[in-house]
Design a protein around this ligand. Structure first.
Ligand code: ADP
Ligand code: ASP
Ligand code: MG
Length: 419
């Protein structure tokens, strides 16, 4: 008998019929002789609906109350799924974050998990019940409800799998695995059977929504293997393997480019004619860091006439706040202006094989150039190249890069970088 954690996301819980479908899947797993812990998200669109309600009441709602509000989405889901399971003869018990005791810090909206007391879960499992846990939520040390950031039910599932020492952590959604790029963006995307946590972490951080980045980070840290599957078929799915024997095999086999991600939630900020002196960049980024604004793709021009320009991306939702904070430094730092463009997208190619191969950047830039896609910013790390482009070209960029690296073909049939 093995212990399996299954997570069903918003699209899998989108209607009563879908919840009943999920219940039948869970029942089948239990009938096959397994203990099952199910983690669920709010019904599709519910978290956004709740957020918009708060926006109608307050222009600057307090984070604590937002968490109380948003956590209700998952509360509805666990109750409905437990009821649906009961209707088909499966004993099931729903548990909220504070009942499992998923204890987090007090950073409302993006809380970090400190501990999980798995004993209430084990007690239910030992009685033969299926346990249905509310994803996305926890409780801080003072008993306040917290949430783990958008897409956070993935993190709840991986953390539960680590806490109960599950044999498998299965993440179910409307796609049957992890693809070379979002299959809803490019139909030629192909399924990846196995991917290392390292590569998946990059893809998820760079916009591949199929897994929340923090869940992959957690899986890497605690050695949890994740299998991404479809709620709507019985396919094999894709494995995300933490480093270790399986994980290294995934990366050793790894293609030069494993996948492509697009992030349309980015804005580009440029600060122009900054007097060129030591410490200027630190002073610029200090208020952004203080407000926990995530900065990426930082590019500084070479100094000219004692001045330089600095450009970077921030999440679109933080662009206005970042602009105001930077404007506040203008007289002190003596730069010319702060420009914001929130009609940009960040498109990234990721692959562990890039470490040891030359010519990746050339092929990437040539393909984009030939397609007429202008590159506003470029940044690279060992296993990724990101470019910032006009938002209108995001889809074209993904497609031409997918074609240029022949990601529609099986790995062994792709031509080398210098062929
Ligand atoms: P859930 O609601 O179950 O959490 P999500 O909508 O968060 O599911 O994630 C599934 C979606 O992720 C898919 O519908 C797909 O459009 C998107 N996606 C983005 N990148 C990828 C990728 N590389 N592989 C598979 N799906 C991807
Ligand atoms: N309901 C939350 C969200 O929409 C958490 C999740 O779905 O994973 O972000
Ligand atoms: Mg999701």
């Amino acid at each position: 008998m093995s212990l399996i954690v299954q997570k069903y996301g918003g699209s899998s819980m989108a209607s009563i019929e879908r919840i009943q479908h999920v219940a039948r899947r869970v029942a089948r797993t239990q009938a096959a002789g397994h203990k099952v812990v199910v983690v669920v998200s709010a019904m599709a669109g519910e978290t956004d609906r709740l957020l918009s309600l708060s926006g109608k009441i307050s222009s600057k709602p307090r984070d604590r109350e937002i968490d109380v509000l948003l956590a209700t989405g998952e509360q509805v889901s666990i109750a409905l799924l437990a009821l649906a399971l009961g209707e088909i003869g499966v004993e099931a018990r729903s548990l909220l974050g504070h009942q499992v005791k998923i204890v987090t810090d007090n950073v409302h909206g993006s809380a970090r998990i400190h501990t999980i007391d798995a004993s209430p879960v084990h007690e239910c499992l030992d009685r033969g019940e299926v346990v249905v846990v509310a994803g996305f939520q926890g409780v801080d040390h003072e008993g306040n409800i917290t949430t783990l950031g958008r897409g956070g039910s993935d993190l709840s599932a991986v953390a539960m799998a680590a806490a109960v020492k599950a044999d498998a952590c299965e993440i179910y959604s409307d796609v049957d695995g992890i693809y070379t790029t979002d299959p809803n963006m490019y139909a030629k995307a192909t399924k990846i059977e196995r991917i290392s946590c390292e590569e998946m972490l990059e893809l998820a951080s760079l916009g591949a929504k199929v897994l929340q980045a923090r869940s992959v980070e957690f899986a890497l840290k605690y050695g949890v293997a994740i299998c991404c599957k479809s709620t709507f078929d019985d396919g094999e799915g894709s494995w995300v393997l933490p480093d270790g024997p399986g994980g290294s095999m995934a990366s050793l086999e790894g293609a030069v480019v494993t996948g492509i991600a697009a992030d349309r939630q980015a804005a580009r900020i440029s600060v122009t004619r900054i007097p060129d002196r030591a410490g200027a960049a630190a002073e610029l980024f200090e208020p952004l860091g203080r407000e926990a604004i995530n900065v990426d793709v930082i590019v500084q021009t070479a100094p000219q006439d004692g001045h330089c320009d600095l450009s970077f991306t921030v999440p679109k939702a933080s662009a206005k706040q970042a602009q105001q904070l930077l404007e506040g430094l203008r007289s002190e730092l003596g730069f010319a202006e702060v420009r914001v463009d929130d009609c940009v997208a960040k498109v990234s190619i990721v692959g562990a094989g890039m470490r040891s191969q030359s010519g990746v950047a050339l092929r990437c830039f040539r393909a984009l150039g030939q397609a007429g896609v202008n590159l506003q910013l470029i940044s690279t790390s060992e296993i990724k190249i990101s470019v910032v482009v006009d938002e209108r070209f995001a889809e074209v960029a993904v497609r031409v890069l997918h074609d240029a690296f022949e990601l529609d073909k099986p790995q062994g049939e792709r031509k080398g970088l210098h062929d």
